[in-house]
Design a protein. Structure first.
Length: 383
Protein backbone atom coordinates (compact mmCIF):
# COMPACT_ATOMS: atom_id res chain seq x y z
CA UNK A 1 0.00 0.00 0.00
CA UNK A 2 2.65 2.66 0.85
CA UNK A 3 4.64 1.78 -2.26
CA UNK A 4 1.55 2.01 -4.46
CA UNK A 5 0.64 5.46 -3.11
CA UNK A 6 4.22 6.64 -3.60
CA UNK A 7 4.33 5.42 -7.22
CA UNK A 8 0.95 6.96 -8.04
CA UNK A 9 1.98 10.27 -6.49
CA UNK A 10 5.38 10.43 -8.20
CA UNK A 11 3.83 9.76 -11.60
CA UNK A 12 1.08 12.34 -10.94
CA UNK A 13 3.59 14.99 -9.83
CA UNK A 14 5.79 14.31 -12.85
CA UNK A 15 2.82 14.68 -15.23
CA UNK A 16 1.41 17.83 -13.58
CA UNK A 17 4.30 19.93 -12.20
CA UNK A 18 3.45 23.41 -10.92
CA UNK A 19 -0.23 22.94 -11.75
CA UNK A 20 -3.25 23.76 -9.62
CA UNK A 21 -3.04 20.20 -8.38
CA UNK A 22 0.63 20.63 -7.37
CA UNK A 23 1.32 24.36 -7.06
CA UNK A 24 4.77 25.57 -6.18
CA UNK A 25 7.94 23.50 -6.06
CA UNK A 26 7.55 19.83 -7.14
CA UNK A 27 10.32 18.94 -4.67
CA UNK A 28 8.03 19.97 -1.78
CA UNK A 29 5.27 17.66 -2.98
CA UNK A 30 7.69 14.78 -3.56
CA UNK A 31 9.15 15.23 -0.08
CA UNK A 32 5.76 15.22 1.65
CA UNK A 33 4.60 12.24 -0.42
CA UNK A 34 7.66 10.12 0.29
CA UNK A 35 7.66 11.07 3.98
CA UNK A 36 4.02 10.00 4.39
CA UNK A 37 4.57 6.76 2.42
CA UNK A 38 7.66 5.89 4.51
CA UNK A 39 5.81 6.48 7.78
CA UNK A 40 2.82 4.50 6.51
CA UNK A 41 5.14 1.52 5.98
CA UNK A 42 5.60 1.31 9.77
CA UNK A 43 1.88 0.95 10.48
CA UNK A 44 2.15 -2.67 11.75
CA UNK A 45 4.70 -1.65 14.37
CA UNK A 46 2.99 1.56 15.49
CA UNK A 47 -0.72 1.12 14.68
CA UNK A 48 -1.82 4.30 16.51
CA UNK A 49 1.13 6.63 16.02
CA UNK A 50 1.56 6.06 12.28
CA UNK A 51 -2.01 7.03 11.21
CA UNK A 52 -1.73 10.16 13.37
CA UNK A 53 1.52 11.19 11.69
CA UNK A 54 0.14 10.42 8.21
CA UNK A 55 -2.99 12.51 8.85
CA UNK A 56 -0.79 15.33 10.14
CA UNK A 57 1.33 15.21 6.97
CA UNK A 58 -1.76 15.15 4.78
CA UNK A 59 -3.15 18.12 6.71
CA UNK A 60 0.10 20.00 6.33
CA UNK A 61 0.15 19.14 2.66
CA UNK A 62 -3.34 20.67 2.36
CA UNK A 63 -2.01 24.10 3.31
CA UNK A 64 -0.09 24.13 0.03
CA UNK A 65 -3.42 24.61 -1.77
CA UNK A 66 -4.22 27.85 0.02
CA UNK A 67 -6.28 29.91 -2.38
CA UNK A 68 -6.93 26.95 -4.71
CA UNK A 69 -10.06 24.87 -5.08
CA UNK A 70 -8.09 21.87 -6.35
CA UNK A 71 -7.02 19.14 -3.88
CA UNK A 72 -4.48 16.37 -4.19
CA UNK A 73 -5.63 12.82 -4.93
CA UNK A 74 -2.54 11.55 -3.10
CA UNK A 75 -3.54 13.39 0.10
CA UNK A 76 -6.95 11.74 -0.20
CA UNK A 77 -5.28 8.33 -0.52
CA UNK A 78 -3.16 9.01 2.55
CA UNK A 79 -6.20 9.88 4.66
CA UNK A 80 -8.01 6.73 3.50
CA UNK A 81 -4.88 4.61 4.15
CA UNK A 82 -4.59 6.08 7.66
CA UNK A 83 -8.20 5.13 8.40
CA UNK A 84 -7.56 1.59 7.13
CA UNK A 85 -4.38 1.29 9.25
CA UNK A 86 -6.27 2.22 12.40
CA UNK A 87 -8.96 -0.39 11.77
CA UNK A 88 -6.56 -3.15 10.74
CA UNK A 89 -3.89 -2.58 13.39
CA UNK A 90 -5.89 -2.31 16.61
CA UNK A 91 -8.49 -4.19 18.60
CA UNK A 92 -10.49 -3.83 21.79
CA UNK A 93 -9.57 -0.79 23.86
CA UNK A 94 -6.76 0.16 21.47
CA UNK A 95 -9.25 0.20 18.59
CA UNK A 96 -11.53 2.59 20.48
CA UNK A 97 -8.60 4.87 21.34
CA UNK A 98 -7.28 4.80 17.79
CA UNK A 99 -10.71 5.50 16.33
CA UNK A 100 -11.15 8.46 18.67
CA UNK A 101 -7.72 9.71 17.59
CA UNK A 102 -8.71 9.30 13.93
CA UNK A 103 -11.85 11.39 14.44
CA UNK A 104 -9.95 14.09 16.32
CA UNK A 105 -7.19 14.28 13.72
CA UNK A 106 -9.70 14.27 10.88
CA UNK A 107 -11.71 17.13 12.39
CA UNK A 108 -8.50 19.09 12.90
CA UNK A 109 -7.43 18.46 9.31
CA UNK A 110 -10.80 19.59 7.97
CA UNK A 111 -10.67 22.76 10.03
CA UNK A 112 -7.31 23.48 8.42
CA UNK A 113 -8.68 22.70 4.97
CA UNK A 114 -11.76 24.87 5.41
CA UNK A 115 -9.69 27.67 6.86
CA UNK A 116 -7.14 27.63 4.06
CA UNK A 117 -9.28 26.85 1.03
CA UNK A 118 -12.90 27.31 2.08
CA UNK A 119 -13.76 24.33 -0.14
CA UNK A 120 -16.41 22.10 1.47
CA UNK A 121 -17.63 19.97 -1.42
CA UNK A 122 -15.37 16.93 -0.92
CA UNK A 123 -15.92 16.62 2.85
CA UNK A 124 -18.81 14.12 2.79
CA UNK A 125 -17.28 11.80 0.16
CA UNK A 126 -14.02 11.84 2.11
CA UNK A 127 -15.83 10.87 5.29
CA UNK A 128 -17.56 7.99 3.48
CA UNK A 129 -14.30 6.74 2.00
CA UNK A 130 -12.48 6.92 5.32
CA UNK A 131 -15.28 5.09 7.14
CA UNK A 132 -15.29 2.41 4.45
CA UNK A 133 -11.52 1.99 4.71
CA UNK A 134 -11.74 1.83 8.51
CA UNK A 135 -14.47 -0.83 8.29
CA UNK A 136 -12.46 -2.90 5.80
CA UNK A 137 -9.46 -2.74 8.12
CA UNK A 138 -11.52 -3.91 11.10
CA UNK A 139 -13.03 -6.75 9.06
CA UNK A 140 -9.65 -7.94 7.78
CA UNK A 141 -8.15 -7.80 11.27
CA UNK A 142 -11.11 -9.72 12.74
CA UNK A 143 -10.89 -12.34 10.02
CA UNK A 144 -7.15 -12.74 10.62
CA UNK A 145 -7.72 -13.13 14.37
CA UNK A 146 -10.41 -15.73 13.76
CA UNK A 147 -8.08 -17.64 11.45
CA UNK A 148 -5.29 -17.52 14.06
CA UNK A 149 -7.68 -18.66 16.79
CA UNK A 150 -8.88 -21.47 14.56
CA UNK A 151 -5.30 -22.58 13.91
CA UNK A 152 -4.46 -22.46 17.62
CA UNK A 153 -7.62 -24.40 18.45
CA UNK A 154 -6.82 -26.98 15.78
CA UNK A 155 -3.29 -27.33 17.13
CA UNK A 156 -4.61 -27.74 20.66
CA UNK A 157 -7.15 -30.31 19.55
CA UNK A 158 -4.47 -32.18 17.64
CA UNK A 159 -2.17 -32.11 20.64
CA UNK A 160 -4.99 -33.27 22.90
CA UNK A 161 -5.88 -36.05 20.48
CA UNK A 162 -2.26 -37.15 20.29
CA UNK A 163 -2.05 -37.12 24.07
CA UNK A 164 -5.25 -39.15 24.38
CA UNK A 165 -4.04 -41.56 21.73
CA UNK A 166 -0.71 -41.96 23.51
CA UNK A 167 -2.54 -42.55 26.79
CA UNK A 168 -4.82 -45.09 25.18
CA UNK A 169 -1.87 -46.88 23.61
CA UNK A 170 0.00 -46.86 26.92
CA UNK A 171 -3.04 -48.19 28.78
CA UNK A 172 -3.52 -50.92 26.21
CA UNK A 173 0.17 -51.85 26.37
CA UNK A 174 -0.05 -52.00 30.16
CA UNK A 175 -3.15 -54.21 29.97
CA UNK A 176 -1.47 -56.56 27.49
CA UNK A 177 1.68 -56.59 29.63
CA UNK A 178 -0.35 -57.61 32.71
CA UNK A 179 -2.04 -60.36 30.74
CA UNK A 180 1.28 -61.64 29.40
CA UNK A 181 2.70 -61.48 32.91
CA UNK A 182 -0.12 -63.72 34.10
CA UNK A 183 0.50 -66.12 31.21
CA UNK A 184 4.25 -66.29 31.93
CA UNK A 185 3.60 -66.75 35.65
CA UNK A 186 1.18 -69.60 34.90
CA UNK A 187 3.66 -71.29 32.56
CA UNK A 188 6.43 -71.03 35.13
CA UNK A 189 4.10 -72.38 37.82
CA UNK A 190 3.35 -75.39 35.61
CA UNK A 191 7.08 -75.94 35.11
CA UNK A 192 7.76 -75.75 38.84
CA UNK A 193 4.87 -78.08 39.77
CA UNK A 194 5.77 -80.68 37.12
CA UNK A 195 9.48 -80.56 37.93
CA UNK A 196 8.76 -80.91 41.67
CA UNK A 197 6.35 -83.80 41.10
CA UNK A 198 8.88 -85.58 38.89
CA UNK A 199 11.65 -85.02 41.42
CA UNK A 200 9.52 -86.64 44.16
CA UNK A 201 8.62 -89.51 41.86
CA UNK A 202 12.26 -90.15 41.08
CA UNK A 203 13.14 -89.95 44.77
CA UNK A 204 10.40 -92.49 45.62
CA UNK A 205 11.31 -94.73 42.72
CA UNK A 206 7.78 -94.60 41.31
CA UNK A 207 8.57 -93.31 37.83
CA UNK A 208 9.72 -94.81 34.57
CA UNK A 209 11.58 -93.57 31.54
CA UNK A 210 8.48 -92.98 29.42
CA UNK A 211 6.73 -90.98 32.13
CA UNK A 212 9.87 -88.94 32.81
CA UNK A 213 10.21 -88.18 29.10
CA UNK A 214 6.61 -86.99 28.90
CA UNK A 215 7.07 -84.71 31.91
CA UNK A 216 10.31 -83.27 30.54
CA UNK A 217 8.64 -82.67 27.15
CA UNK A 218 5.81 -80.83 28.88
CA UNK A 219 8.29 -78.79 30.92
CA UNK A 220 10.25 -77.95 27.77
CA UNK A 221 7.12 -76.90 25.90
CA UNK A 222 5.91 -74.73 28.78
CA UNK A 223 9.37 -73.19 29.10
CA UNK A 224 9.56 -72.31 25.41
CA UNK A 225 6.08 -70.76 25.50
CA UNK A 226 7.02 -68.76 28.60
CA UNK A 227 10.20 -67.56 26.89
CA UNK A 228 8.27 -66.35 23.83
CA UNK A 229 5.68 -64.58 25.99
CA UNK A 230 8.43 -63.04 28.10
CA UNK A 231 10.06 -61.62 24.99
CA UNK A 232 6.73 -60.15 23.95
CA UNK A 233 6.31 -58.68 27.42
CA UNK A 234 9.73 -57.05 27.30
CA UNK A 235 8.95 -55.74 23.82
CA UNK A 236 5.88 -53.98 25.21
CA UNK A 237 7.83 -52.46 28.08
CA UNK A 238 10.68 -51.30 25.87
CA UNK A 239 10.44 -47.79 24.43
CA UNK A 240 9.69 -47.44 20.73
CA UNK A 241 13.12 -46.05 19.83
CA UNK A 242 15.02 -48.30 22.22
CA UNK A 243 17.05 -51.15 20.74
CA UNK A 244 17.81 -54.25 22.77
CA UNK A 245 21.34 -54.65 24.05
CA UNK A 246 23.20 -57.70 22.80
CA UNK A 247 26.07 -57.39 25.29
CA UNK A 248 26.14 -59.67 28.37
CA UNK A 249 24.66 -58.12 31.49
CA UNK A 250 27.24 -56.96 34.05
CA UNK A 251 27.64 -58.55 37.48
CA UNK A 252 29.45 -58.04 40.78
CA UNK A 253 32.38 -59.96 39.32
CA UNK A 254 33.11 -56.79 37.28
CA UNK A 255 33.43 -54.34 40.17
CA UNK A 256 36.93 -53.45 39.00
CA UNK A 257 35.33 -51.72 35.99
CA UNK A 258 33.30 -49.51 38.32
CA UNK A 259 36.18 -48.80 40.67
CA UNK A 260 38.67 -47.75 37.97
CA UNK A 261 37.22 -44.24 37.24
CA UNK A 262 37.29 -43.33 40.93
CA UNK A 263 40.85 -44.53 41.32
CA UNK A 264 41.83 -42.52 38.24
CA UNK A 265 40.28 -39.48 39.95
CA UNK A 266 42.51 -40.02 42.99
CA UNK A 267 39.85 -41.53 45.27
CA UNK A 268 40.92 -44.41 47.51
CA UNK A 269 38.51 -47.32 46.95
CA UNK A 270 38.44 -50.41 49.17
CA UNK A 271 36.37 -53.49 48.25
CA UNK A 272 35.52 -56.13 50.90
CA UNK A 273 33.64 -59.39 50.36
CA UNK A 274 32.21 -61.08 53.44
CA UNK A 275 30.92 -64.63 53.48
CA UNK A 276 31.03 -67.30 50.84
CA UNK A 277 30.86 -65.65 47.42
CA UNK A 278 28.45 -68.11 45.85
CA UNK A 279 26.97 -67.37 42.41
CA UNK A 280 23.94 -65.13 42.67
CA UNK A 281 20.79 -65.34 40.54
CA UNK A 282 21.30 -63.27 37.40
CA UNK A 283 18.64 -60.69 38.29
CA UNK A 284 19.92 -60.19 41.83
CA UNK A 285 23.51 -60.00 40.59
CA UNK A 286 22.62 -57.34 38.02
CA UNK A 287 20.64 -55.30 40.57
CA UNK A 288 23.53 -55.42 43.05
CA UNK A 289 25.89 -54.23 40.31
CA UNK A 290 23.59 -51.33 39.38
CA UNK A 291 23.32 -50.25 43.02
CA UNK A 292 27.10 -50.09 43.33
CA UNK A 293 27.35 -48.35 39.94
CA UNK A 294 24.86 -45.60 40.81
CA UNK A 295 26.36 -45.12 44.27
CA UNK A 296 29.86 -44.66 42.85
CA UNK A 297 28.52 -42.33 40.15
CA UNK A 298 26.96 -40.11 42.82
CA UNK A 299 30.25 -40.13 44.73
CA UNK A 300 32.17 -39.09 41.64
CA UNK A 301 29.72 -36.33 40.65
CA UNK A 302 28.59 -34.85 43.95
CA UNK A 303 30.51 -36.05 46.99
CA UNK A 304 34.09 -34.72 46.61
CA UNK A 305 35.12 -37.78 48.61
CA UNK A 306 38.64 -39.04 49.34
CA UNK A 307 37.77 -42.60 50.28
CA UNK A 308 35.02 -45.08 49.39
CA UNK A 309 34.42 -48.47 50.94
CA UNK A 310 32.38 -51.16 49.17
CA UNK A 311 31.24 -54.12 51.24
CA UNK A 312 29.50 -57.11 49.62
CA UNK A 313 28.11 -59.46 52.26
CA UNK A 314 26.89 -62.92 51.32
CA UNK A 315 24.43 -63.95 54.03
CA UNK A 316 22.02 -66.82 54.37
CA UNK A 317 19.21 -66.12 51.91
CA UNK A 318 20.35 -62.61 50.97
CA UNK A 319 23.19 -60.42 49.73
CA UNK A 320 24.09 -57.11 51.41
CA UNK A 321 25.55 -54.15 49.53
CA UNK A 322 27.10 -51.25 51.45
CA UNK A 323 28.75 -48.28 49.74
CA UNK A 324 30.21 -45.80 52.23
CA UNK A 325 32.15 -42.61 51.44
CA UNK A 326 33.61 -39.70 53.42
CA UNK A 327 32.40 -36.99 51.04
CA UNK A 328 29.93 -34.13 51.25
CA UNK A 329 26.43 -35.32 52.09
CA UNK A 330 24.72 -32.26 50.58
CA UNK A 331 23.66 -32.00 46.96
CA UNK A 332 22.80 -35.68 46.57
CA UNK A 333 19.82 -35.52 44.24
CA UNK A 334 17.49 -38.52 44.75
CA UNK A 335 16.02 -38.08 41.29
CA UNK A 336 19.43 -37.93 39.63
CA UNK A 337 18.41 -35.92 36.56
CA UNK A 338 20.40 -36.30 33.40
CA UNK A 339 19.78 -39.90 32.57
CA UNK A 340 21.06 -41.72 35.67
CA UNK A 341 19.05 -44.25 37.66
CA UNK A 342 19.28 -42.18 40.84
CA UNK A 343 18.39 -43.22 44.35
CA UNK A 344 14.73 -43.55 43.34
CA UNK A 345 15.71 -45.91 40.55
CA UNK A 346 17.81 -47.98 42.94
CA UNK A 347 14.95 -48.26 45.40
CA UNK A 348 12.66 -49.37 42.60
CA UNK A 349 15.11 -52.10 41.63
CA UNK A 350 15.44 -53.27 45.22
CA UNK A 351 11.67 -53.31 45.75
CA UNK A 352 11.21 -55.61 42.74
CA UNK A 353 13.18 -58.28 44.61
CA UNK A 354 11.43 -57.62 47.92
CA UNK A 355 14.56 -56.08 49.42
CA UNK A 356 15.22 -53.00 51.52
CA UNK A 357 17.42 -49.98 51.00
CA UNK A 358 18.49 -47.04 53.13
CA UNK A 359 20.49 -43.98 52.13
CA UNK A 360 21.61 -40.92 54.01
CA UNK A 361 24.41 -39.10 55.79
CA UNK A 362 26.54 -40.87 58.38
CA UNK A 363 26.88 -39.55 61.93
CA UNK A 364 30.65 -39.19 61.59
CA UNK A 365 30.45 -37.61 58.12
CA UNK A 366 30.03 -38.89 54.62
CA UNK A 367 27.22 -40.84 52.98
CA UNK A 368 26.08 -44.44 53.09
CA UNK A 369 24.00 -46.58 50.75
CA UNK A 370 22.86 -49.89 52.26
CA UNK A 371 20.80 -52.43 50.32
CA UNK A 372 19.59 -55.89 51.32
CA UNK A 373 18.53 -58.22 48.50
CA UNK A 374 16.88 -61.59 49.25
CA UNK A 375 17.83 -64.50 47.02
CA UNK A 376 16.52 -67.98 46.36
CA UNK A 377 13.04 -68.88 47.56
CA UNK A 378 12.67 -65.62 49.45
CA UNK A 379 12.56 -63.79 46.13
CA UNK A 380 9.71 -66.01 44.95
CA UNK A 381 7.81 -65.53 48.19
CA UNK A 382 8.22 -61.76 48.08
CA UNK A 383 6.99 -61.66 44.49
Amino acid sequence: MPLGIAVIGLVDIALHPRSKQFPGSPALHVSLLLAAAAVLGLRRHFPILVPAVVIAIATGWATVWRGHNQGSFEAFLLLVAAAYAIGAGNRGTRLKQATAALIAYFIASQIVLLTTSGYLGDLLPLIVWMLAAWGIGVAIRSRGEQARRARRLAAQLEETQEHRTAEAVEQERSRIARELHDVVAHSLSVIVVQAAAERRAVANGTTDTEATGAVLASVERAGREALVDLRRLLGLLRKVDETPSLAPQPSLAQLDVLVAPLQDAGIDVAVHVDGSAEPLPAGVDLTAYRIVQESLTNVLKHAHAHRVEIVIGHRSGRVDIDVIDDGDASGRDPAAPGGGHGLLGMRERVSIFGGTMTTGPRPDGGWAVRARLPIGTQVLESA
